[in-house]
Design a protein around this ligand. Sequence first.
Ligand SMILES: *Cc1c(COP(=O)(O)O)cnc(C)c1O
Ligand SMILES: [Zn+2]
Length: 420
Amino acid sequence: MSLSLSADQPAVPADADDGVWLECIECGETFAPFEDVRYTCDECDGLLEVRYADLPTFADFEGRGVWRYGASLPLEEGVTIREGATPLYEVPRLEESVGVEALRIKHEGMNPTGSFKDRGMTVGVAVAKELGVDRLACASTGNTSAALAAYGSRGGMETLVLLPAGKVAAGKVAQASLHGARILEVDGNFDACLDVVQELAAKGEAYLLNSLNPFRLEGQKTIGLEILEGFLADYDAVPDRIVLPVGNAGNTSALYKAFRELVQAGELEEGEVPKLVGVQAEGAAPMVEAIENGADEVRRWDDVETRATAIRIGNPVNAPKALPGIRETGGTAISVTDEEITAAQRDLAGEGIGVEPASAASVAGLRKLRADGVVSDDERVACLTTGHLLKDPDAAAAAGRDPEPVPADTEGVLAHLQGE
Ligand SMILES: *Cc1c(COP(=O)(O)O)cnc(C)c1O
Ligand SMILES: [Zn+2]
């Protein structure tokens, strides 16, 4: 199986370009990477992965941010707004209350547009340029559209975003709008938007930059590489476990790929690879269902609902890559309620870390798994927080304290503070 942790480095096919090629994860067919636009396998429609003739070691990385990891990316430079190099925060109170040996928060909300999507776009938009396309498109629960709009405008390209009407947080629509994307509000959920944009892309109307695009996931591998380097620097060991929110399961797939490549490069022992734990909202948990049932495929959920709009997804397109990632690393998947998500959002805020609801799912999931005894007290864990608080100001205001009206004089304010 090509996605197993112990897979050998594949032979370099004739259609590789500079040691880089695309390979189908289902049938093994290979394709030249930059000649034609393609998102899935011509033969079997399976998902594609980028493969490399040479895999780098930690010593090959230099610089800061996503492009530090150029040696593990398909191009040497991207369309950049200085993405990556996000903080790996210590959270002593949260660590204590969850009850693990070490807990660190990798806050991807600290990227240029406020989510990890920037890491994928810096690579994906550069590949689009390489392919010579001029119009970019995505379906989005919000953050992908914000990142695409920003990176597309940076690259001087036209962008088209399809959003589920009424289900996108205010900050994200504002970003897509100001960065100049054409915003198409679809009367349907995210999965319906993705169906439409995939058909537009198939007709050659636009270049698709959803996480189905294998190049985007290459950029997102750098989250895993940064977490590993951070833990190696601070603990002289990689984390036991990485917990992350799951929507389309692009990050789960990308982190697993980063670890597989390090194993193949001889940089990481198979047994050292961090366990990957995917967290979904109860109202949108098809991956959790598949993991619990030991299923090889995910059943599409047609009706999904959660306050965590970024993971309000019923048909995770990267499941064929992510399910092996969770299983091969000895990880698991778990769902959490919206109330648990909001509680975790407050916990993080209490450490000074402002995240949008979907991001807090990771911490909510870890707390639950620790309480269930699945995670033990001697583990060192990294939780991924995927997006910034300001992405969803309405959710933040609802979860936070209410403003208190006071008169415009000091006596009155003092009286109010003293509870009179
Ligand atoms: C896109 C997104 C997710 C989902 O990530 P996947 O890689 O699709 O699983 C989670 N949280 C936020 C804030 C996002 O923007
Ligand atoms: Zn195939």
